[in-house]
Design a protein around this ligand. Sequence first.
Ligand SMILES: Cc1cc2nc3c(=O)[nH]c(=O)nc-3n(C[C@H](O)[C@H](O)[C@H](O)COP(=O)(O)OP(=O)(O)OC[C@H]3O[C@@H](n4cnc5c(N)ncnc54)[C@H](O)[C@@H]3O)c2cc1C
Length: 334
Amino acid sequence: MNEAESIEVLCRELAAAGVPCRRGEPMSGHTTWRIGGPADVLVEPESRAQLLSGLEAARRAGVPAAVIGRGSNLLFADEGFRGAVFQVGRKMDAIAVDGRRIAAEAGALACRVALAACRHGLAGLEHTAGIPGTIGGLLAMNGGSQQRCVGESVEWVEACGDGGEIRRLDRAACGFAYRDSLFLHEPGLTIVCVSLALADGTRADIRRTMLGYLKERRRKFPRKAPSCGSVFKSSPELYARAGPPGRIIESLGFKGRRAGGAVVSPQHANFIVNTGGARAADVLALIRAIREAVHARHGLWMETEARYVRPHGVMVPAHEAAGAERRAPSGVEA
Ligand SMILES: Cc1cc2nc3c(=O)[nH]c(=O)nc-3n(C[C@H](O)[C@H](O)[C@H](O)COP(=O)(O)OP(=O)(O)OC[C@H]3O[C@@H](n4cnc5c(N)ncnc54)[C@H](O)[C@@H]3O)c2cc1C
């Protein structure tokens, strides 16, 4: 079977199983950066059963699959994606509170999980206030703020493996590290749901803390232009020498630097915003230019938190696709 035939087979199977899907869907409509060409198929499962049967159908048809949440940390290639993107969201978003535990389906928005915790007087997720992803995406990225990571609160994660089997992984098995987890290295492992173990707190205190963090975010981060949040990760070595990524990038004069429609935010230099019509190539050009300048000044290569989705489905940290170590910067205006 060639690629087009495999896609046909997959779409027939999805239709027969009643799994919602769309053909040729631009990924710019499914990522917060508003960038990315069309995916051959976008699958939007409405239940765990649909997600599992859809992934199984893609495996049988030999179609590459990528699982995403809200796309708030992703840069899809301008060429799009030759395969099936499974977007876990909206309809797979149940949240249940039981004592000090919260169980959430992967598609639940992280901010809704944090709100549920607050309502029940459960502390530990305040630092996730304002992060726009799903709890599945946040776990895969081990995201957070205020020097905290969501992995700290995980009791277990239920994930679907390559062969369709459901595995329950405890926190140690999830391989959490700073903005990293097992799930970024085993793309065949799809998070289905999670149990978070939280601490007793006071509703009013939790609420006050969350509102404080939200206020700080509104003051520091660009709010209107599409972005993926912080592009570069902090590195302890670089931090000790020169500070956080935003300060380093700003000190090298990058604020306002443009490549096509992509601009280094004048408000926060670790954000690259889409000012209209930005292409993935524009963002990669800025990432490359920044990395080269930082390396020239400080002797270290910065790594990105943002991930790039190659046209054939492999996801890599965006700096690997930008390839600063190999090529000179191009297309970046002073
Ligand atoms: C304005 C803004 C502010 C932000 N602030 C922060 C912040 O303060 N802290 C922070 O950590 N991040 C921040 N981010 C980045 C981003 O929101 C987080 O990384 C987020 O948790 C990603 O969730 P998502 O659902 O959008 O995942 P996506 O971007 O869709 O995917 C990210 C990764 O997770 C994987 N993934 C997603 N769902 C699943 C699943 N069900 N099973 C297996 N793998 C999965 C994907 O394959 C991909 O590798 C910000 C982004 C924006 C736009």
